[in-house]
Design a protein around this ligand. Structure first.
Ligand code: GLP
Length: 229
């Protein structure tokens, strides 16, 4: 994008007006500013259906984008409260904690922190996870297939660490997905917290109106005139 000064000259507006326009376009996701580099037109958001159990690698390849994974840390740690509850473990049971930055065509898209019970997936500890699909390695190295998952989605804002690593401003909106994935014996294999960039992702779902038998009955439509009759 042209600089504030260039916009001022080109459109004969004040610097304040140019700045407000850029700020608004950034707020609604059309532009992103990179400190020291300038302002750029944002890439279109990635549309991600919420129904299928797919991996980041599969999602990106399907879109013709090159998936990447930068490993930030891999460590054996006690599960702790939330992962323990998700994985059906005691808080002191060990899990493999894998923190990765996910990239598409070299651009940071998501920060993912996976927890896997060490008893099920110890073979992953020494695997090279850089630019690899965790789902593929879980299958190949641990002999585990993920067949179903439960997932939640909520809005959060980027803390200083997340902002730096995802290359967004501190406080930017992120989408937090928490997923517990299960194998065919219904054993929880992975608990993951994925923080997706709000400016790069749009989650979609196909919804169907249920009728009658499930107990959810579409409300009858009542037509009233302006006088209430
Ligand atoms: C998605 C999911 C994560 C999962 C990851 C595995 O991003 N939100 O829950 O851990 O896919 O992806 P991959 O197999 O590419 O490592």
């Amino acid at each position: 994008m042209p600089s504030e000064r260039e916009l001022t000259e080109q459109f004969g507006v004040s610097r304040m007006t140019a700045r407000q326009a850029l700020t608004e376009l950034e707020r609604i996701g059309y532009l992103h500013r990179m400190q020291g580099k300038g302002t750029f037109v944002a890439s279109p958001k990635v549309e991600q259906p919420l129904v299928a159990l797919t991996s980041f690698t599969e999602d990106m390849l399907r879109r013709g984008m090159n998936p990447g994974a930068r490993v930030i840390s891999v460590e054996d740690v006690p599960a702790g409260r939330k992962p323990a509850r998700a994985l059906g473990l005691a808080e002191t049971d060990m899990v493999l904690r894998v923190e990765r930055l996910r990239l598409a065509a070299g651009e940071p898209m998501a920060l993912e922190i996976s927890h896997l019970p060490t008893t099920l997936c110890s073979a992953l500890r020494d695997a090279n996870l850089e630019d690899q699909s965790l789902y593929r390695l879980i299958q190949e190295r641990c002999g585990l297939v993920l067949v179903r998952a439960s997932q939640s989605l909520e809005a959060v804002s980027a803390n200083p660490y997340e902002a730096e690593i995802l290359r967004v401003h501190e406080g930017s909106p992120l989408l937090l997905l928490e997923r517990i994935s299960y194998d065919p014996q219904n054993r929880p294999v992975e608990f993951v917290r994925s923080l997706y960039r709000g400016d790069r992702y749009r989650f979609t779902a196909e919804l169907e109106r249920r009728d009658g038998t499930d107990g959810i009955v579409p409300p009858a439509v009542e037509v009233r005139t302006a006088t209430g009759r």
